[in-house]
Design a protein around this ligand. Structure first.
Ligand code: DUC
Ligand code: ZN
Ligand code: ZN
Ligand code: ZN
Length: 506
């Protein structure tokens, strides 16, 4: 057996264990073909010495917004995926977004493909945001999307007027997705609670960035999360709640999982590291809080964060995604859209934070330092589940991405040996096309030293930085997602086991 590349002297981490030292990774034609000791090398084999450091699967960021029409000032595909590989992410799943007036998904998809084609440094795929789920789309287009286009997940919104769906629409989509083996992702916030609070804030002139967080309290997320779980339970559909930020909402997920319902949850670095205090006015800069405006908002207390860390450690959360939703700060269509003629309004600040490049290092930090909420550190296998393997399985890339084993794409992150990767995050070191990072000044213990995508070193931090090429990233058609938590076929609370047969297909 000839290898193109052999990675040696590393400690290989999978979703279940740290493999014994001495195992080498043999790579041929972009795939891992062998794990073994003393692998044969020829004159054409490249050797990469990991120097005793951990090797984890290339990251899969399953929640990324690139070149969406509603964030025109942030990253496009080139800068967004360049930033991804520099942070150890080899696959991004971004959104193609239907607007209400779009009666077919295919022209929308073509437009998103056109934006990404030839631009990507990382591999990529799309989820579809559905805002107008006509019966034609549900019965004719979704099946084609799943089978022909390899798009097997949709994101649905319970809030935001241009995107919000009724409970009935959510149910209809869940049923359609269930039949196709598609995954439903839900943005859960109670739209009417938020609208009421915003009206009250407006009437009182409370419009500085901080009031964005006041307008979207935890209870709005808690109620909508519980409702989304109930809707999914009724129709027996696997579901994932995206960007969760609330302890109570997380507990709703936990108790659904205790009942073996197929309910999954995602959280993001900013909810674990930042609090809403950063949205407050500073004496020198009244508007800088706009940099931290995202939905759900950052929460108020450190205690909120500690609870979420427990969910990260105990398995409640399935995925750790960036929710990279970049809008430049100093740009009239970016965050400064909320500041006109000296007058602030959080209502017109685009929502979302950049974080595609910092995602992996911010969770790796929890494997090296004690978690805020516990004496324990996060296990490395759990790090792998959260950053790569669970997303691969849930979103239909299982067997190809997200693990280090023969047959898988050779997507790897090689970290620094302990003690050598310490990094203070600053915007200047990042590769996105943004004028700030919300994590400025945060210190992490390690950073990806090399990122390897399908056998090619695309990030070499000490020798050239981004050494991959634009356009090397490929579009990934995805298969059906796997249910990772619980199982389908659970009876609804209080319903006879076979009662669904009277009103829905098995
Ligand atoms: N939802 C997201 O998924 N990202 C950014 C803002 C939002 O509301
Ligand atoms: Zn349009
Ligand atoms: Zn959202
Ligand atoms: Zn998002």
């Amino acid at each position: 057996m000839e290898f193109d590349l052999v990675v040696k002297n590393g400690l290989i981490v999978t979703a279940s264990e740290i493999l014994p030292p001495g195992l080498e990774i043999g790579i041929k034609d972009g795939k891992i073909t062998c794990l073994g000791t003393s692998l044969p090398v020829s004159s054409s084999t490249k050797i990469l010495d990991a120097e005793g450091a951990y090797i984890t699967p290339g990251g899969i960021d399953s929640h990324v917004h690139l070149a969406q029409d509603n964030c025109p000032t942030g990253d496009g595909w080139e800068s967004g995926t360049r930033s991804a590989i520099a942070g150890g992410t080899t696959t991004v799943i971004a959104f193609a977004s239907q607007e209400r007036h779009h009666s077919s998904l295919f022209p929308v998809l073509a437009a998103y493909h056109a934006k990404a084609a030839g631009q990507a440094y990382s591999d990529y795929s799309f989820h579809f945001i559905l805002t107008n789920p006509t019966s034609h789309i549900l019965t004719t287009e979704l099946p084609r999307l799943a089978t022909d286009e390899g798009i097997t997940s949709v994101k649905l919104y319970m809030t935001y007027e241009p995107m919000q769906l009724s409970d009935r629409a959510l149910l209809e989509i869940m049923l359609a997705c269930r039949a196709l083996g598609m995954t439903t992702m839900i943005h859960a916030e109670n739209a009417d609670m938020i609208a009421l609070i915003i009206a009250g804030l407006e009437a009182r002139g409370n419009l500085a960035p901080f009031f964005h967080a006041v307008a979207r309290p935890r209870i709005a997320e808690d109620e909508a999360s519980y409702r989304a779980i109930s809707l999914a339970e009724l129709v027996d559909a696997p579901m994932l709640l995206v960007h969760m930020s609330s302890e109570t909402a997380m507990q709703h997920v936990r108790s659904a999982q205790d009942r073996l319902l197929p309910v999954h949850a995602e959280t993001c670095p900013h909810y674990l590291y930042l609090i809403s205090e950063t949205l407050r006015e500073q004496p020198h800069d009244h508007f800088h809080g706009a940099k931290h405006v995202c939905s759900p908002p950052l929460r108020h207390r450190v205690g909120d964060l500690e609870a979420l860390w427990r969910g990260v450690a105990n398995g409640t959360f399935t995925t750790w995604s960036s929710d990279h939703a970049p809008s430049k700060y100093d740009h009239p269509q970016g965050k400064k859209a909320g500041l006109k003629d000296g007058v602030m309004s959080f209502k017109t600040i685009p929502n979302g934070l950049p974080g595609i490049e910092t995602r992996m290092a911010l969770l790796f930090a929890a494997t090296e330092a004690c978690l805020p909420a516990a004496e324990a550190r996060l296990g490395l296998p759990r790090f792998v589940q959260l950053t790569a393997s669970n997303a691969a399985r849930m979103y239909g890339l299982g067997g190809k991405k997200g693990s280090i084993a023969p047959g898988y794409d050779a997507d790897l992150v090689i970290w620094y040996p302990k003690g050598r990767g310490e990094t203070v995050v600053s915007n200047g070191m990042l590769h996105h096309d943004m004028d700030y990072t919300p994590f400025e000044g945060l210190k992490v213990g390690n950073w990806p030293r090399y990122t390897i995508l399908r056998g090619q070193v695309v990030w070499d931090r000490d020798n050239g930085g981004v050494v991959g090429e634009k356009g090397y990233g490929e579009y990934m058609k995805r298969g059906k997602g796997e249910v990772i938590v619980g199982k389908v076929g659970q009876p609804v609370h209080g319903m006879l086991e076979n009662e669904r047969q009277f009103w829905m297909n098995p």
